[in-house]
Design a binder for this molecule. Sequence first.
Ligand SMILES: Cc1ncc(COP(=O)(O)O)c(C=O)c1O
Length: 238
Amino acid sequence: MYFERLLTDGGSGLNKPAAVIVEAVQGEGGINAARAEWLRGLADLCKKHEILLIVDDIQMGCGRTGQFFSFEEAGIEPDMVTLSKSISGYGHPLALTLIKPELDIWEPGEHNGTFRGFAPAFATATKAIELFWSDDELEKSTIAKGAYVEGRFNQIAARFPEHELVVKGRGLARGLQMPSGEIAGKIAARAFEEGLLLETSGPSDEVVKLLPALTIPDELLTRGLDIIEDAINEALSA
Ligand SMILES: Cc1ncc(COP(=O)(O)O)c(C=O)c1O
């Protein structure tokens, strides 16, 4: 791994970092899913060099990729994990930083701030965890819905071999890489006209990005994909 060379080569110019921060699936970066093996290699390297491993699970946690945490599949144990977005289950503002107990040096009440501890968000977050994570129903349905999206994206990609579309992602974090940001933007604009909000991500905004609610009913997911498919057909056949 390139990072290992930087760490072990005395002339690399890189001082030993205190921590590495990583997303198991890059959201804004273009729905790039790290391989489980790559994540395990990174975790081992961090351990070997006494570098803390932080997983930013703000966008890909809370079940987005199937299991609650995006890194569970890889079987790694990060030292810290950040969570936010849907963690309150109800749109209330809430963010959490999980820290291994042996690294938690804060005294009670020391890490405070004006907006810390918004009580209604704690109540809704607790309820959401009880409701969605006391069994594996949500996890299973997310994986099934994700497989359906992947299948539809594969079909679309197969229809346009000359454009070399790349199907990306895991669970219900899916992306379809277009030849350019301009084309992806056109597709998003066309979908918007049909009532569908579609984001783009990636270095040139070239990835059409799908992050539906995990609880989305099957019919609505199909309808959304139909809109995306029509918009892609229009943009690529033009
Ligand atoms: C991976 C990731 N980390 C951090 C953030 C920022 O989160 P917050 O607004 O809770 O600080 C975002 C927002 O999109 C994100 O996607």
